[in-house]
Design a protein around this ligand. Structure first.
Ligand SMILES: Nc1ncnc2c1ncn2[C@@H]1O[C@H](COP(=O)(O)OP(=O)(O)OP(=O)(O)O)[C@@H](O)[C@H]1O
Ligand SMILES: [Mg+2]
Length: 301
């Protein structure tokens, strides 16, 4: 029996840092030029693997569901999962490409991401091995298309069996599916985590927490970069202020916060303790380079 299974994307991230300065909010590469990369780093990313690693390092028995190709990148993703003691419950598709992102960092330390989804969004429900999916919690991060449909169907089946559901959809998911196509999944959520812009896209009410909760989630959390984090469980509202920290590289901040909060809930900590765990995770990731650096190592259970 798993404590939690994370269903989301897996990609290989390549960070290419150049000395190209930003102009008018753009990183512009002159046509026909050859530009030297000053700093090149490789990492495994994607919401699915980022959060699975966070859960596992917090001492939870963790599984991962996602789709990868039978390429070199897919093998690297499997190696990471193994190293982090995460059970792969997904599907390896032959003759398919895994996800791949190229992160172009500017001199000012901002970035443009070119992302190739590969096989990530093509997880069919029939490809799940339901017998192996025995868990207390299911954590869903952003996936589109066939994979989104499979997440929805799996969440419905597991919810009926008493499995708890957490969801952290990104802005592009909300823009694409809107309230209408998301409502089915939102109703099943024990925990829904969004940033403020995402929350505003989903509800019109001035009281965002209340508006979100009316969509059916039991506990809703709204993050707002370095501003106040807020949470509502239907009875009480909770607030937590992020500390002033030096941002080194913010990729993975949202995943780190959400997985920390949910891990707290899985370990039956109270809401304030869970919010603090989310905050510590996100701050620990922002202070270092890369989406998993440095996710905390703790024994919650
Ligand atoms: N500049 C910052 N300073 C301190 N903490 C931050 C900062 N940015 C983010 N955080 C921490 O990370 C948490 C999540 O950040 P944010 O609200 O930006 O989520 P997000 O937009 O979903 O991120 P992502 O783009 O990674 O999905 C915040 O609640 C906070 O704890
Ligand atoms: Mg996010």
């Amino acid at each position: 029996m798993f404590d939690i299974i994370s269903f989301g994307s897996a990609v290989v991230d390549v960070f290419a840092g150049t000395d190209i300065p930003e102009k008018k909010k753009c990183i512009a590469y002159p046509v026909g030029s050859k530009i030297l990369i000053k700093d090149l780093k490789f990492d495994i990313g994607g919401g699915g693997t980022n959060t699975a690693v966070a859960f596992s390092r917090l001492g939870l028995k963790t599984g991962f569901i996602g789709k990868i190709g039978d390429d070199k990148q897919g093998q690297e993703i499997l190696n990471l999962l193994k190293k982090e003691k995460i059970k792969f419950l997904g599907k390896i598709e032959s003759r398919a490409n895994s996800g791949y992102s190229i992160i172009l960092d500017s001199r000012e330390k901002n970035r443009t991401i070119l992302t190739y989804k590969g096989i990530n969004n093509e997880f069919r429900f029939s490809e799940l091995n339901l017998r192996k999916i025995k868990t207390r919690w299911l954590y869903l991060s952003s996936l589109l298309g066939e994979s989104f449909k499979t997440q929805k169907k799996l969440a419905g089946i597991l919810h009926k069996k008493g499995v708890k559901i957490a969801y952290n959809p990104s802005e592009y998911i909300i823009r694409k599916y809107r309230k209408k196509k998301l409502s089915e999944i939102l109703k099943l959520c024990d925990v829904l985590i969004l940033n403020k812009d995402e929350a505003k896209l989903l509800v019109l009410e001035k009281d965002l927490l209340k508006g979100l909760r009316n969509l059916g989630a039991k506990i809703v959390v709204i993050t707002d970069k370095n501003k106040l984090i807020s949470c509502f469980d239907g009875e009480k509202k909770y607030y937590l202020k992020p500390h002033k920290i030096k941002v080194v590289e913010r990729t993975g901040a949202g995943d780190a916060f959400a997985s920390g909060f949910v891990a707290g809930q899985v370990a039956e900590k109270n809401i304030m303790e869970s919010l603090k765990l989310g905050l510590s995770e996100s701050e620990s990731v922002i202070k270092y380079f890369g989406a998993k650096n440095k996710l905390l190592r703790l024994k919650l259970r």
